[in-house]
Design a protein around this ligand. Structure first.
Ligand code: 4GY
Length: 253
C-alpha cells in the first residue's frame, strides 16, 4: 500500500559536471521506484549552469603552480545558494579521500537528516579550499583510493541512504532484518535447486523450523565475522546465545 509513506522522506540535490552519470543509475531498479513514489526528492544540477562567463568556466590554474586544474569556488557557492538560500536548512556534503570514512552508521544518520542533502562532486585535481571551509558541512570518503570524480562516491552514499528510507525496500525486505544492520557480516543464502553439481543446501534450511533456521543463520553470520572481520564483534553487544554459538564455532574448528 503505497499511500502509507506519502510524505517526502529525503530531499537530495547533486551538483556535478556530469548529470548523465546520475540519470543512468537513478533510472533503474529500487531507486527509480523510490523516486517515482516520491519517497526521495532527487534533483541533479549541472555546475556549468551556475557560471557567469561566456565560456562557462569551472576550473583554473592552481595558485603556487603545480600539475592539474582546480575547481573555481564561485559556481559551487552560486549553485548551493540558489538551491537552498537558508544555510540552516541544508547539509552540504563534499566527496573526497580526505573525508571521514563512510559506513552504515553514517548512512543511518543521513537517512534521519531533516535538512536538504546537497552533494558537491569534484573533478580535475581538487576543489578550491574555500568551498570546504565556507560552504561544506561534511566531508565524506568512501574509501582509501583515488577516483576521477565525486560522482561515484555520491551515488554510493545516496544508494546506501535511500534504501533506509521507510517504504523504499519492499515490505518484507526491511533494512532492519538484514545481517549487516546487526553489525556483523551476512549469513550464507541459498535458492533452488536444493542440490547443484553435488553441492547440497544445508538441510536445516529445508526443515521449516524457523527457530532453528534463525539460530543457524546467526551462528553462520558469527562464524564468518569471526573469520573475516573479528574487529566488528568488539563494537556490538553479544547476547548469551551469541556467546554459546561462538563457543560451538570454536569447538568445531
Ligand atoms: N575515495 N571518496 C573520493 C575520491 C576524487 C575531488 C576530484 C573517495 O570520496 N571521494 O576519490 N574523489 C575526487 C576528489 C577532486 C577527484
Amino acid at each position: 500500500m503505497s499511500h502509507e509513506y506519502k510524505a517526502v522522506k529525503m530531499k537530495c540535490d547533486v551538483i556535478t559536471l556530469f548529470p548523465e552519470i546520475f540519470y543512468a543509475y537513478l533510472s533503474e531498479g529500487i531507486l527509480k521506484r523510490a523516486i517515482q513514489k516520491r519517497l526521495i526528492d532527487m534533483k541533479i544540477y549541472n555546475l556549468r549552469d551556475f557560471t557567469t562567463d561566456k565560456h562557462r568556466t569551472v576550473d583554473d590554474y592552481p595558485y603556487g603552480g603545480g600539475a592539474g586544474m582546480v575547481m573555481k569556488p564561485e559556481p559551487f557557492f552560486a549553485a548551493v545558494e540558489a538551491l537552498c538560500p537558508d544555510s540552516t536548512k541544508r547539509r552540504v556534503i563534499m566527496l573526497s579521500p580526505q573525508g571521514k570514512k563512510f559506513n552504515q552508521d553514517i548512512a543511518v544518520e543521513l537517512s534521519n537528516e531533516h535538512r536538504e542533502l546537497i552533494f558537491l562532486c569534484g573533478r580535475y585535481e581538487a576543489i578550491d579550499e574555500r568551498v570546504r571551509t565556507a560552504l561544506v558541512n561534511d566531508e565524506i570518503s568512501i574509501g582509501d583510493y583515488i577516483l576521477t570524480g565525486g560522482e561515484l562516491p555520491a551515488l554510493v552514499i545516496i544508494d546506501a541512504v535511500a534504501r533506509l528510507i521507510p517504504g523504499v525496500l519492499g515490505d518484507e525486505r526491511s533494512a532492519e532484518t538484514e545481517s549487516f544492520s546487526w553489525g556483523i557480516l551476512d549469513y550464507p543464502h541459498y535458492t533452488r535447486p536444493s542440490v547443484f553439481r553435488d553441492m547440497a543446501v544445508p538441510k536445516i534450511l529445508l526443515s521449516g523450523n524457523h527457530r532453528d533456521i534463525w539460530r543457524w543463520r546467526r551462528k553462520e553470520a558469527l562464524r564468518r565475522t569471526l573469520q573475516r572481520r573479528p574487529e566488528l564483534l568488539e563494537k556490538i553487544r553479544l547476547s548469551d546465545e551469541d556467546y554459546k554459538l561462538i563457543g560451538e564455532i570454536k569447538e568445531e574448528s
